[in-house]
Design a binder for this molecule. Structure first.
Ligand code: FAD
Length: 357
């Protein structure tokens, strides 16, 4: 059976914080001008990737420092740093508050050229749009490095995206691989019930205890301003890799945050290092990050060898009817954070609608 066809001015792909921030500014334009738009999201329920994070995850910043355009995040009762569940509820309420036209679940399979327009194709229908804003995040593209013998390992392998709480690893010997916040936070709670080993390609550095999300955002903003003036100032990566949230500080004080160097290969029962050391493990947990989730854009020929899209501002250099939002600093400083999403979204919507209305 043929799927329905629709014509709209703008399609936003993804209803996480980045896509919703774009929706907010599109709604403002639509109130003044004749503009129709839709936000398509693959998820079964609102909240973007915040619905998938592990149970104990809390924001790096207090609620009063976390906002999408127009509406500060309300505080979570009894907690200065809101939980992921609270953020998901905030996003759900945000959609309703601004009456954003979100359609879900709609997974966009591909975006392709269709005459004057771009065709956004899904199993639920095709939307032919004058502009497309892609805001699909990276949670659906987990990264695992290619290491020899991986397929030989008889234990369990899981990625951050599979992890909700430590229960299923209780009593096991677990290698946690990766040197960032996910690895440190998961290791902090896993080490209370399992025999953990932290493995990272270089020794992870904890940020000073007083650096939280507020400070991270100021550093990113200072850096962006300096770059615009042709200067270079310290970025977060110069200061450290891991935010010292309370659970991480407690694990550090317990002495479980000492990382081993990267291993060389798998064996059927564990891992082998270059100096010949072999250790047995029941499970390997990959906290090795993500790649931008951009496969749906492949038909446009805009993906480079790193799987990214070359942009000027948020606009694709090779396909000017396409904009990218979120993903990382390459689409705007701090654009993949709650507080930073609005700034880039405002720019993207201004660029995307300027010649339209
Ligand atoms: P997402 O939230 O991933 O949303 C993308 C949406 O697009 C999803 O709803 C998905 O279903 C949909 N989608 C994907 N592919 C398709 C498709 N093909 N078709 C249709 N829909 C699709 N930021 C902070 O500001 N503060 C923090 O404290 C903080 N902590 C973090 C902790 C962790 C562990 C992680 C991973 C991130 C954290 N971040 C934090 C970073 C950031 O806020 C998130 O990465 C954020 O979710 C990115 O938002 P997004 O809208 O770009 O993507």
């Amino acid at each position: 059976m043929a799927t329905p066809e629709h014509e709209v001015d703008v399609v936003v792909i993804g209803a996480g914080q980045a896509g919703l921030a774009a929706g907010y500014f599109l709604r403002r334009v639509a109130r003044r001008e004749d503009l129709d738009f839709v936000v398509l999201d693959a998820g079964a329920s609102p909240g973007g990737s915040w619905t998938h994070y592990w149970d104990s995850l809390r924001l790096f910043s207090p609620a009063e420092h976390s906002m999408l355009p127009g509406w500060w995040m309300p505080p979570e009762e009894g907690h200065e740093y809101p939980s992921a569940r609270h953020v998901a509820r905030y996003l759900a309420e945000y959609e309703r508050r601004y009456d954003l036209p979100v359609r879900r679940p709609v997974r966009v399979r591909r975006v392709e050229r269709s005459g004057e327009r771009l065709a956004v194709v899904s199993e639920q229908g095709t939307w032919r749009a004058r502009r497309v804003i892609s805001a699909t995040g990276s949670w659906s593209a987990p990264h695992v490095p290619a290491l020899p013998g991986r397929e030989l390992f008889e234990g369990e392998q899981a990625h951050t995206v599979d992890y909700r709480n430590p229960n299923r690893f209780a009593g096991l010997r677990v290698a946690v691989v990766g040197g960032g916040n996910s690895a440190a936070q998961i290791l902090a709670e896993l080490s209370l019930v399992a025999q953990t080993t932290w493995i990272a390609s270089r020794p992870p550095r904890l940020l000073p205890d007083d650096v939280d999300g507020r400070e991270l955002f100021s550093i990113a903003t200072r850096r962006q301003r300096a770059a615009e003036e042709g200067r270079r100032v310290e970025g977060v990566e110069d200061l450290g890799d891991v935010v010292a949230v309370p659970s991480v500080r407690e694990a550090r004080d317990r002495g479980v945050l000492e990382a081993e160097p990267m291993f060389e290969r798998f064996t059927p029962t564990g891992l082998l290092w270059a100096d010949g050391t072999e250790r047995r493990f029941d499970a390997v947990l990959w906290c090795t990050g993500f790649r931008p989730s951009l496969g749906h854009l492949a038909p446009l020929g805009v993906l480079d060898a790193d799987g990214r899209v070359a942009v000027e501002g948020t606009r694709s250099v090779l396909e000017p009817r396409l904009h990218l939002l979120g993903y990382g600093d390459w689409t705007g400083a701090a654009s993949a954070t709650i507080i930073g999403a609005g700034r880039t979204a405002k720019g993207a919507v201004a660029e995307a609608t300027d010649p339209l209305v």
